[in-house]
Design a protein around this ligand. Sequence first.
Ligand code: GDP
Ligand code: IMO
Ligand code: MG
Length: 425
Amino acid sequence: MNTVLVGAQWGDEGKGKVIDFLTEEADVVVRFQGGSNAGHTVVVGDRKYVLHLVPSGVLHEGKHCVIGNGVVMDPFDLMKELEQVESWGFALKGRFHISERAQMVMQWHRALDRAEEAARPEGEKIGTTGRGIGPAYAAKVGRYGMRVGDILKSDFLDLVRKNVKEANRKLKALGALELDPEEMVRLYTPMVAALMPYVTDTIQFLHEKLESKAGILFEGAQATMLDIDFGTYPFVTSSNPTAGGACTGSGISPRSIDRVVGVIKLYTTRVGEGPFPTELNDADGETLRTRGGEFGATTGRPRRCGWFDAVVGRYAQRVNGVDYWAMTKLDVLDTFPVVKICTGYRRADGFVYTTFPADLDALAACTPIYEEMPGWMTETSHITDYAELPENAKKYINRILELIGGKLGVLSVGPARETTLRIGI
Ligand code: GDP
Ligand code: IMO
Ligand code: MG
């Protein structure tokens, strides 16, 4: 069984936790896009692990972990994370692989990310994670990026020099500090030996695994509404976190994908700038943030919080072809006497959008339409069997499923591994 897992909203839906859960039945876990802008949390016992580049399946001994060609990988972030994973007691030897086609995020991409963000006027800032993601993907599409395989070439350090000089022109124009090419050469020289053991033809590796009927799990980072094509452009990331990205970011055909799992939080959060129709700037929003521990796993920024948005859910179901939902954070809603679901956006002239509009100005002029349902006012985090859920919680979940389509596969009622209910998957 080959499964693609994607985020349905604006990220931080609990993908790391669900990947960890589904890794039990997989042999290989593959990251196919994004980079260290991701922060995926897995809680095991009283330990909390946060992963940025390394697939969240790494906490299961013996499972192969792959960084696919669609990823932008910062070698310094990666090395730090690999050391951390080993210090946690998980051996990596022979089971961690990086595509030679993956792009590298270099120091100048990070510098450019910060400088470009600083140069954007208020209202146009994206609120990026500062991890160099946009400039690294710009370099890839502009055909001047550096690939992991470049470290194997004899002129790798000349390539570093050339790229620093090019980046300096842009940094200067942005009024930012320029980088010293020779210092960059000194910085990147040790990377060649450090990365070498992991560089793999991952396309060959994955196809051999497919042929031997191994199960592959594709771990999406970010989410549908942050997708460069389908999200709230330009307030998005620079990759395709949607299901199609799993194929282009790994070299696997769509015909090899058996199912798509969408991870969706039972309310909504967003970190960074950009439209968020159901955002709450009141006591309810504060309750969601506090109860849900809604602070960024990568940057520590407080996440914006709001009610569940079924327009987003339906859109994500269609764009990704979600078969099964992994619904998360039900427990966070336990204390609300009333819960709300957004079913459409009403324009001033009365027109109602029931699918997500491309025009952000039109969206900004809309007000969300809500359906209200009674809450359950009962703690759910100890529940291990779906049948034991309070009736009102079941009604809330079923109404959402009716609005967004797809089936319920997994329900999560707490951060820990064991607070995960397998339903129909
Ligand atoms: P990801 O980026 O999609 O992997 O999600 P993050 O790890 O950034 O954020 C999800 C946060 O919610 C993490 O702190 C998880 O430990 C936590 N979490 C996941 N599922 C649940 C749940 O069902 N209930 C609660 N209370 N917390 C959860
Ligand atoms: P996971 O995988 C939430 C957001 C940033 C910013 C925008 C662009 O943990 O769900 P970037 O640094 O990618 O150029 O920033 O995207 N963003 C995320 N928000 N979760 C993430 O990852 C995110 N990765 C990027 O906050 O608004
Ligand atoms: Mg996250």
